[in-house]
Ligand binder design. Structure first.
Ligand code: NDP
Length: 261
C-alpha cells in the first residue's frame, strides 16, 4: 500500500504547527504516512484540491472551515451544529467532516467543569466552545464587540449580549475567543469590563496560543491562566484518531506537546 498523505489547508498557513504534531505521531506509531501544509487561495477549490493532491484526510483552518463544511458529504454532531468543519476524512469516495475544536477545547480544561462561563467573541471558535460547554450542561454567556455575529447564538438559545450590555459578572471561567491579542496588543474588551468579569474567576482561558494582553490582565487580577496551546494539541489528538481510525493512548498528548514546543 502506498504512503498516505494528509494536509492542513489555510491562508496564511506557514505558521501552522499541525504538520509537527501529526508527523510526530506518525513516527511514534510507525505509521507510513506524511502530513504537510497547503496554502489555499480559494475556499471553493478545497474539495477539488483535496482529491487532486490524493489526500486521505485533511485539517482546515482559518478562513476555510465553512468551505470545508460545504465540501463534505457527511458531518458529525458538532460540525452540523457549528456549521464549520476542521477535519476531513476520505472514506469510500465520500468526504466525512468533523469539528474537533469543540471536544479539543473541553479536553484542554483538564477536568475543570465551571458552574458559569463568559465567552468573549462570537466567531467560529466561539461557536465550537459554546456547543462544547452546552454538551457538558454549562450554558455560557456569549459577549461580543459587534451585534452581527451574535444572531447565530440567539437563534440557538444561547444568552448573548454585546459588551456594552454585559451587566452580570459572576463567572468561574472567562474565555477569550476573539482574535484581539493575536497580532496586536489589544484587549478583547475595555479594561474595566474585563476586570469586573475576571473578579471571581477561577480560570482565564485564551484560545490564542501565546501570552496575550488578556492573559497578562488575568495575571494582574491573580486569576489562573491557560493559553490555547492545549486546545490546539487536543483538537489535533482527536483529528489523528479520526485519520488513523485508532483510539490513542493519552500519552500521545505528551508526544505532541514535545513536538509543538
Ligand atoms: P473569527 O474571525 O471567526 O471571529 C473573530 C472574533 O474576534 C469576532 O467575535 C470579532 O468580533 C472578534 N474580534 C476581532 N478583533 C477584535 C478586537 N480587536 N477587539 C474585540 N473583538 C475582536 O475568528 P475565529 O473564531 O476563527 O478565531 C478566533 C481566535 O481563536 C483566533 O485568534 C484564532 O487564532 C484562535 N483559535 C485557536 C484555536 C486553538 O486550537 N487554540 C483554534 C481556532 C482558533 P466582531 O464580531 O465584533 O468583529
Amino acid at each position: 500500500m502506498s504512503k498516505e498523505l494528509f494536509a492542513v489547508f489555510g491562508n496564511p498557513i506557514g505558521h501552522s504547527k499541525s504538520p509537527l504534531l501529526h508527523n510526530a505521531l506518525f513516527r511514534e506509531l510507525c505509521i507510513d504516512a506524511c502530513y504537510t501544509r497547503y496554502l489555499l487561495e480559494d475556499g471553493e477549490a478545497l474539495k477539488s484540491r483535496f482529491f487532486s493532491l490524493g489526500l486521505s484526510g485533511a485539517n482546515v483552518t482559518v478562513p476555510f472551515k465553512e468551505n470545508a463544511f460545504e465540501a463534505c458529504d457527511e458531518r458529525d454532531y458538532y460540525a452540523q451544529n457549528i456549521g464549520a468543519v476542521n477535519t476531513i476524512k476520505l472514506k469510500e469516495g465520500k468526504l466525512y467532516g468533523y469539528n474537533t475544536d469543540a471536544p479539543g477545547f473541553m479536553a484542554s480544561l483538564d477536568g475543570f467543569r465551571p458552574k458559569s462561563a463568559l465567552l468573549l467573541g462570537a466567531g467560529g471558535t466561539a461557536r465550537a466552545i459554546a456547543y462544547a460547554l452546552r454538551a457538558e450542561g454549562i450554558e455560557p454567556i456569549v459577549a461580543n464587540r459587534g451585534e452581527a455575529r451574535l444572531s447565530f447564538f440567539k437563534e440557538r438559545g444561547f444568552c448573548s449580549v454585546t459588551f456594552a450590555n454585559l451587566k452580570s459578572f459572576d463567572f468561574e471561567l472567562v474565555i477569550n475567543s476573539t482574535s484581539a491579542g493575536l497580532e496586536s496588543d489589544s484587549l478583547p474588551c475595555d479594561k474595566e469590563l474585563l476586570h469586573s468579569a475576571l473578579g471571581g474567576a477561577k480560570l482565564a482561558y485564551d484560545c490564542i496560543y501565546k501570552e496575550t494582553p488578556f492573559l497578562k490582565e488575568a495575571h494582574s487580577c491573580r486569576v489562573e491562566t491557560k493559553s490555547g496551546l492545549d486546545m490546539l494539541i487536543w483538537q489535533a489528538f482527536f483529528a489523528f484518531e479520526i485519520f488513523s481510525g485508532k483510539k490513542l493512548d493519552q500519552k500521545m498528548v505528551e508526544v505532541m506537546k514535545y513536538a509543538a514546543y
